[in-house]
Write a protein that binds this ligand. Sequence first.
Ligand SMILES: Cc1cc2nc3c(=O)[nH]c(=O)nc-3n(C[C@H](O)[C@H](O)[C@H](O)COP(=O)(O)OP(=O)(O)OC[C@H]3O[C@@H](n4cnc5c(N)ncnc54)[C@H](O)[C@@H]3O)c2cc1C
Length: 416
Amino acid sequence: MGNPSFDVIIAGAGIVGAACAAELAAAGLEVAVLESDMVGSGATAAGMGHIVVMDDSEAQFALGRYSLNLWHELSERLPASCEYQVCGTLWVAADEDEMEEARRKGRYYSRHQIESEILDPQALADAEPALRPGMAGALRIPGESVLYPPAAARFLIDQALQQGAQLWVGKPATELTGGRARLADGSSLAAGCTVNAAGCGALRITPQLVQWVRPRKGHLAITDRYPGLISHQLVELGYLKSAHASESDSVAFTLQPRPTGQLLIGSSRQFGPADSSVEAPLLGRMLRRACRYLPPLADLSVIRAWTGFRAATPDNLPLIGPCPGVDGLYLATGHEGLGITTSLGTAKLLADQILGRKSEIPAQPYLPSRMLKKETLNLARQPLRPETGSHRDTETQRSEGLSDSSLCTLRLGGKS
Ligand SMILES: Cc1cc2nc3c(=O)[nH]c(=O)nc-3n(C[C@H](O)[C@H](O)[C@H](O)COP(=O)(O)OP(=O)(O)OC[C@H]3O[C@@H](n4cnc5c(N)ncnc54)[C@H](O)[C@@H]3O)c2cc1C
């Protein structure tokens, strides 16, 4: 490929790298994207695609709300392949404690201009009749949406290419400095600056990330087509409780209706395993939990299950900005379970820093330099807050993007 020079070289064409490429190319910069596998692979291929605002911290909420608005603005231009739909989120409360959390969450969202509505048990049963009877209620966030992440990453890369960006697929970056990207084949490209947006793969390119980012494995499963069973993205409020177990394996109920009529079932969280194989005991726990919330699931066929790795930081906020100690290298990773949602906000914040623009929300909470503070790293010993739901879509496209997927066909309720 010779030795061309670019304003910015981005490693990784997952949804975060793709969004950064689109934003930087739209600003008139000469952008090159290096992707080791295929556009929208990695966690993006494995993720659920729930565009959701979480309020575990002010900073997490600010980036989520900013990004949700950006997705709304972009939605008119998204092609049908992105399967974007504003189905709303139902945070389902199983008991009065969880209902109290639903009310707290609702008050917080209202104070911050996000529409929400408390559903009592009857209203919840009317909204989602397939849920187990006897739930305490729910919080409904009508403006949240779902999409198909690999197609969204493809769309964003195409936007960048239309603005003159260049994409090299099958070209892993092995080293990024401020002025150069070194490739696995020994060649290198010169750049004004570089961006490490390689998800969990970022750790192999920028070794100091090993102290700050840990891969967190997650499982998802998808059913055959059963149109109309649910209409919202469902998430249990107990999700927050189970995900607080930062070191132990946890599962929580999340369920997403896909336009195909399939249901995407999530999710699990594990630190430790590097192996991407589907783990039957954990998958079983996850599916049994889902059946407890939505009993009719027990009679449906799950046609595939797979795993992916979230890039988790100690404070559960992404790393967006200059990499300490390496002039000209920027980081855009560490999005854990919210990177589909926050990709667009990340791209804006990163481009603002590279271009010296004023940001719409403060960039400081996401700067990688916070990791140099002992307090931030000490958070690793405290419970991590949860992510969002998860899901996954039509077999063909889905299977292409998976880092490792295992096919399985099972009847949740034991019918074969
Ligand atoms: C089970 C599960 C459910 C999830 N559900 C949701 C959800 O509902 N909503 C939500 O917002 N988020 C969700 N997430 C999180 C979300 O998927 C991630 O945060 C997001 O995809 C991260 O995107 P990324 O571009 O940073 O990383 P990735 O998607 O991992 O992309 C990194 C890219 O870099 C490439 N790469 C790696 N190494 C190199 C290299 N050396 N050189 C060049 N390229 C390289 C990879 O091939 C890959 O394409 C979920 C994640 C999981 C695992």
